[in-house]
Design a protein around this ligand. Sequence first.
Ligand code: NAD
Length: 373
Amino acid sequence: MRIAVLAERAAGESRVAVTPETVRKFLALGAEVAVERGAGETASIADADYEAAGATLGLATQVVQGASIVLGVQAPEPNLLAGVAPGAQVAALFDPFTHGDRVQAYATAGLEAWSMELMPRITRAQSMDVLSSQSNLAGYKAVLAAANQYGRAFPMMMTAAGTVSAARVFVMGVGVAGLQAIATARRLGAQVSATDVRSATREQIQSLGAKPVFVENVAGIEGEGSGGYASEMSEEYQRAQAELVSSHLAKQDIVITTALIPGRRAPRLISDAQIATMRPGSVIYDLAVAQGGNVEGSVADQVVERHRVTIMGYSNTPALLPADSSALFARNLLNFLSAFWDKETGRPVLDEEIGTAVRLTQGGTVVHERLKG
Ligand code: NAD
């Protein structure tokens, strides 16, 4: 059974879906792995490393020939997959609620699409969860990129020439990315505060040595909500949050925003008027820019300035750390396929719960509940 991996073609995508380590493990399962020449280049993996691990290398058209499984970071366009085995399974990021046309094209081509971002947030799927592995790195990199842009230092420094005060970092949205952003900013010596709508994050913020900033007079989301995710907040909550954030923001040097609501536009957390109150030279990194942005005026893949505040908006922050993000993404894919590997048929057979969650297309039709119709 052949697993095919193509070089990523999306602009700015520097990751790759297999590493020499995962190639070896797929071979141990009895699969054959074919990788497009140059696929690992941007993630610092040479063709020779894949060959040494036992992969065969070739052109895209050769690699997909007869493949039963295709792995990608971003889902390849179906026209690149001519020649795969009938009903071949493709595991990658599909962004299915934005790219419905591509999902339909997969169905029409008779391919079975497995959308890695729809992996359920359950304990046994944690090792397969690409959103977590990539958000973790994104939270780290966002702080480093903001620190690099910032014209002042992060830690307090007492020098013979005088004292440099510690930077004040505010993290908005304390999921996987936000927690890593807090930890990274703390390691760099900043004074960190953070906010979320889920009250369960208060203790997590404190345990990382940061100060929680919470709306106290209107109920937020207790516990973990559905699948641990946030939902859209009431207007009353949004007003209270805006007031609280306004007074806090004016005193911050660096703001990292990470707030997302699954299947919806990212909530707007910072307005242009609020940016105008910040100290000149402050930096905002909007990790939600690809989902519409938490910050008014943030632009995907651009660094813009408003009121002498820099707003950074990379749409694919994990791709700024391509070697590590590829290593973790590739392991998530390996963990996913190997957990369901059927020794008799030598291919993965998904169980009901995870299959229903990630499968978008099968047998020529769109089968995912949220996409049907
Ligand atoms: P996410 O990327 O969907 O959102 C980031 C954060 O933004 C969340 O904490 C969310 O509550 C917050 N947010 C949303 N609206 C906001 C607003 N208006 N103001 C402030 N903050 C707002 O979240 P995530 O990183 O994917 O994590 C979501 C949850 O899933 C967490 O509880 C996490 O611990 C849990 N999780 C579970 C597993 C697992 O069990 N397999 C894996 C990963 C994450």
